[in-house]
Design a protein around this ligand. Structure first.
Ligand SMILES: *[C@@H]1O[C@H](CO)[C@@H](O)[C@H](O)[C@H]1NC(C)=O
Ligand SMILES: *[C@@H]1O[C@H](CO)[C@@H](O)[C@H](O)[C@H]1NC(C)=O
Length: 363
């Protein structure tokens, strides 16, 4: 155990040094990424954002509207997409067509064992009823644009709040609120120490590689993560999620497939020895697709990578700058921005913080 921890911490130091080295290479004076980023939001912009969020919360909510519009752009098979996998759900062969994160190809045995440990769909409490029988959701994208906007109390007024990865609350609550209906992440991006105190929180696990399935199983059963599995994680992963078994969900990988191939029109995954096709959607856009399945109306907050403004903060909670996004090779951010922008301008979803498209800014 000790040895493992020591070895891991060595590996972490190496990774961190490598990472900082990369940051140094891509950002002009490297010190700028380490000192607190100087970032101010104008009071006028904050006022516009608040007015717009009020308006989104107070106008009539239209049942089923976001998914209906999505389906106009998705293939017929998307009509039956299920958000989560359950113990009692028959597995369809489409589930095994592609490797993770688009499917579970080659993982049949592991997946059927995991399904047995998941809750039965008929035994979990349904999402809390909403006053108008119409659910307004917000997906919080962790972007630096949330900093200083003081949107917390308005975010907390949404029926369902979907948070991603280790986006923290606590001292950031003024900007991002304190409720979490869903936290969605893969093992390495899950908060090392669980952050959410909201008794409503569900954890939605996303599978990016085979070993993630063993980790999810360990979390559900409150067991240690198998020793050898640690070799396959590129960063330390939590060894506990303090939620009851029936609060843990497994994201249907067909949600990621639908997001990548049908919503973003990426090409299907090919077998590669090294590198990425840049066809993996960011977790934010996958969460938007999940929200279209769970909610009636969907808003985004904290979305948008402004790559032209390299010194702007990447996240609302750390000191990384936008330039860190330039060297990633997994996601095609420009395609995502293009598609999100068209969804916002067509009124299918709303962007509360205006980082993708500001529909409430003066011309
Ligand atoms: C969030 O903050 C409000 C106001 O301080 C408090 O009443 C509420 O219980 C908090 N909710 C959670 C989930 O922490
Ligand atoms: C990323 O998306 C843009 C815009 O849709 C496209 O022109 C470009 O070829 C894509 N890049 C890759 C590597 O697929």
């Amino acid at each position: 155990m000790k040895l493992r921890k020591r070895w891991l911490s060595h590996r972490c130091v190496c990774l961190a040094v490598g990472f900082l080295g990369l940051l140094r290479l891509v950002s002009r004076p490297a010190k700028e990424t380490l000192k607190p980023l100087d970032f101010h939001v104008s009071p006028e912009y904050r006022k516009l954002v608040h007015q717009h969020a009020h308006e989104v919360l107070e106008r009539k909510c239209h049942p089923g509207s976001t998914r209906k519009s999505f389906l106009g752009q998705l293939p017929a098979s998307s009509r039956t997409t299920q958000p989560f996998l359950w113990k009692d759900m028959p597995t369809h062969k489409d589930l095994f067509l592609y490797p993770p994160p688009f499917g579970f190809r080659g993982l049949q045995g592991k997946v059927s064992a995991l399904l047995q440990q998941l809750p039965d769909s008929k035994q979990v409490p349904p999402l809390k009823k909403t006053p108008e029988e119409c659910r307004r959701c917000v997906v919080i994208g962790n972007g630096g644009i949330l900093k200083g906007l003081e949107l917390g109390t308005l975010i907390d007024r949404f029926d369902t709040i979907i948070r991603l990865n280790s986006g923290p609350l606590g001292k950031f609550s003024v900007d991002v609120g304190n409720r979490t209906s869903i936290r969605m992440s893969y093992p390495e991006s899950t908060p090392p120490h669980w952050l959410d105190t909201d008794p409503e929180t569900l954890f939605v696990a996303v599978v990016y590689k085979g070993v993630d399935i063993s980790w999810i199983s360990a979390m559900i059963n409150k067991l240690p993560v198998p020793f050898l599995d640690w070799l396959f994680f590129w960063q330390n992963v939590p060894d506990e999620i303090p939620l009851e078994r029936n609060r843990i969900r497994l994201l249907n990988p067909l949600v990621i497939k639908e997001t990548a191939l049908d919503l973003l029109h990426f090409s299907p995954p090919t077998t590669r020895l090294w590198g990425w096709d840049q066809n993996v959607p960011t977790l934010g856009v996958s969460a938007l697709d999940l929200a279209s399945l769970l909610c009636d109306e969907v808003s985004l907050a904290g979305f948008g990578y402004n790559l032209a403004q390299q010194e702007a903060p990447l996240h609302y909670y750390d000191q990384m700058s936008m330039s860190a996004m330039l060297w990633q090779k997994m996601h095609n951010v420009s395609r995502e921005t293009q598609i999100l922008k068209s969804l916002i301008t067509e009124g299918i979803i709303t962007d509360l913080t205006g980082g993708i498209h500001c529909s409430f800014c003066p011309q």
